[in-house]
Design a protein around this ligand. Structure first.
Ligand SMILES: Nc1ncnc2c1ncn2[C@@H]1O[C@H](COP(=O)(O)OP(=O)(O)OP(=O)(O)O)[C@@H](O)[C@H]1O
Ligand SMILES: [Mg+2]
Length: 302
């Protein structure tokens, strides 16, 4: 029986060359993308997917070329929210073309490939050992998606990340320093605590932290056209910086909870343009700040 010490080099697998070749293919495929932005949090259910899609919509309404890669492979939301659940994948000029929303945002989501009644399985050779391979398989899949689809010329490619502070860092490492991060939180101490961990973990790496958005900051009542309290945070509001204290990165803005926004997400009908409501105006403002932050990046790719 061979022992670990008997294996010389890569054991003849060419694994290092294969990884380098894949890396080059991904880099080539993303050569026309000006900015890469990962929308994460660490905390689940705070509105990462909702904000990814609607900030993408606000950027699209400014005339930018936008794509979304839903990197939440086993909890994909973008297919339903963006209305590309039954999308067909057709050949493009070189690779596979991406389905588009009605307002022209290109979207890849596992939800277009696997119906909601099924789960994505990461099988392993040994029965009951899928957890051993899970992260490896997940990132191999992300690599395959990045190299197989036609991303083309884009202003912004947005990654909708799954929850988990630890996974957020793994995505940062995989997506490399070129990818900037936008974090999402809600006005609750439970969420803030987890997002603070993501900030701490990401701050150790080279990826740029553009800031955070506070989602579900109040409830937008359409009947009275007013924002009402939703969460009552025990943390004092920092009036000087007009942001909730606690996360030591810039606040790009806050978005109230709007039942109409949730309804649009469920129906899979993205807004053609941000609506003329406090929510729509907040999305527009955050999208502009996001863009300003990206344009200030020291070394733009192109
Ligand atoms: N500002 C908002 N107004 C109304 N509904 C919202 C808002 N933000 C999020 N939602 C709704 O809350 C739910 C959770 O949002 P979403 O799926 O975007 O969270 P998430 O952080 O992506 O979750 P996960 O961690 O599972 O990926 C969805 O039904 C979404 O439509
Ligand atoms: Mg999500």
């Amino acid at each position: 029986m061979k022992r670990y010490h008997d294996i010389v080099g890569d054991g003849g697998s060419r694994i290092l060359e294969q990884v380098a070749e894949r890396h080059n293919r991904i880099t080539d495929g993303l050569a026309g993308v000006r900015h890469l932005v990962a929308v994460g949090s660490g905390k689940g259910g705070v509105g990462k997917s909702t904000l990814t899609l609607h900030l993408a919509g606000a950027l699209r309404a400014m005339g930018l070329r936008i794509a979304i890669l839903d990197a939440d492979f086993n909890g994909p939301s973008q297919a339903r929210m963006a209305g590309v659940q039954g999308a067909l994948f057709v050949p493009g000029s070189h690779k596979v073309a991406l389905p588009r929303t009605r307002n022209g945002i290109a979207v890849f989501s596992m939800g277009s490939v696997i119906p909601e009644s099924e789960a994505l399985e990461f099988e392993s050779q040994a029965h009951g050992e899928s957890h051993t391979w899970r992260a490896t398989r997940e990132f191999a899949l992300l690599g395959e998606i990045l190299e197989s689809f036609e991303w083309g010329a884009l202003d912004v490619l947005m990654f909708d990340l799954p929850p988990g502070a630890e996974r957020t860092v793994q995505y940062a490492e995989f997506l490399e320093p070129r990818t900037s991060f936008l974090l999402v939180t809600i006005p609750s101490e439970v969420a803030r605590g987890v997002v603070a961990r993501s900030v701490a973990a990401l701050s150790k790496g080279p990826n740029r932290l553009l800031g955070y958005v506070e989602n579900m900051s109040g409830y937008y009542c359409r009947d009275c056209n007013a924002i009402k309290p939703l969460f009552v945070s025990p943390r004092p509001f920092d009036a000087a910086r007009s942001k909730p204290s606690g996360l030591e990165i810039p606040c790009l803005g806050s978005v109230p909870f709007d039942p109409e926004l949730a309804r649009h997400c469920d129906l899979g009908i993205p807004f053609e343009e941000p609506p003329d409501t406090p929510v729509g105006r907040a999305l527009e403002q955050i999208a502009q700040r996001l863009l300003d932050g990206l344009e200030q990046t020291a070394e733009p790719h192109q």
